[in-house]
Design a binder for this molecule. Structure first.
Ligand code: ADP
Ligand code: ADP
Length: 218
């Protein structure tokens, strides 16, 4: 569950731009892969294809069954809901019992370091805290696949270090497959077991390497 196979994936947008050319990639279930490369090399497009949000022009994306979750650089939070209200949103949409929502919200809020902020509103939070909230919301439904598009690009360096540590621990303690798009090679090496390097015009995978000092999973 959560494993993904990309088989000869290309994407040409409607305006004729070839964003991705013939990408083959296997992401084993439970693995943590980073996609790095310069702006415009097709990282986001590839992530959206993996997510099923964008259809490839050619090739196949085979996805194991399971729940995907997304975290973007700019978390879309509901301003009229508290932290807890935002975390509970997807559980409520899935008709979870109120007591289950409450218990799971408390659990993920603690896991991402949001304890004590349950009653705050998004506008009262720092960028780092909003990212924690976005992460908590994504994790609430126990996804099998976590897709992260530059989640830490907009937070300050100290917060980034803390969040990288937290994200690493979350991944080690859970079973999900993670795919991270980032400009930050340091972040890719710290977090992932495998780094995929892309180059632009057209977007291609030019290197794939395993991170030799990757954390073993718990
Ligand atoms: P990255 O995430 O590496 O910056 P993207 O996947 O966002 O790369 O973009 C790859 C290329 O495809 C870029 O040239 C970008 O301008 C183009 N592109 C992205 N989305 C669209 C779209 N919806 N329509 C047309 N071109 C797009
Ligand atoms: P990033 O580099 O962080 O992926 P971009 O600025 O390339 O972000 O893209 C932001 C949004 O604009 C994305 O939704 C992308 O699909 C879209 N986009 C990018 N380039 C184009 C384009 N040439 N035509 C239409 N949409 C585009």
């Amino acid at each position: 569950i959560g494993g993904i196979t990309l088989d000869g994936i290309s994407k040409r947008y409607d305006n004729g731009l070839q964003a991705i050319d013939t990408v083959d990639l296997a992401l084993p279930a439970g693995s943590f892969t980073s996609i790095v490369g310069p702006s415009g090399c097709g990282k986001s497009t590839l992530l959206r294809i993996i997510a099923g949000l964008v259809e490839p022009s050619t090739g196949r994306c085979l996805r194991g069954a399971g729940t995907p979750a997304f975290v973007f650089q700019e978390p879309a939070l509901l301003p009229w809901r508290t932290v807890e209200g935002n975390v509970r949103l997807l559980m409520e949409l899935e008709d979870w019992a109120t007591s289950d929502c409450r218990a799971r919200a408390a659990e993920v809020q603690r896991q991402v370091g949001l304890g004590g902020f349950e009653r705050a509103y998004p506008h009262e939070l720092s960028g780092g805290m909003r990212m924690r909230l976005s992460l908590a919301r994504a994790l609430a439904l126990r996804p099998d696949l976590l897709l992260l598009d530059e989640p830490l690009a907009a937070v300050d360096e100290l917060t980034r270090d803390l969040l990288q540590e937290q994200l690493s621990q979350l991944w080690q303690g859970a079973g999900f497959t993670a795919v991270l798009v980032t400009h930050n090679v340091h972040e890719a090496l710290f977090l992932s077991e495998r780094v995929v390097v892309m180059a632009p015009r057209p977007g291609r995978v030019v290197r794939v390497f395993d991170v030799p000092f990757a954390f073993p999973r718990a």
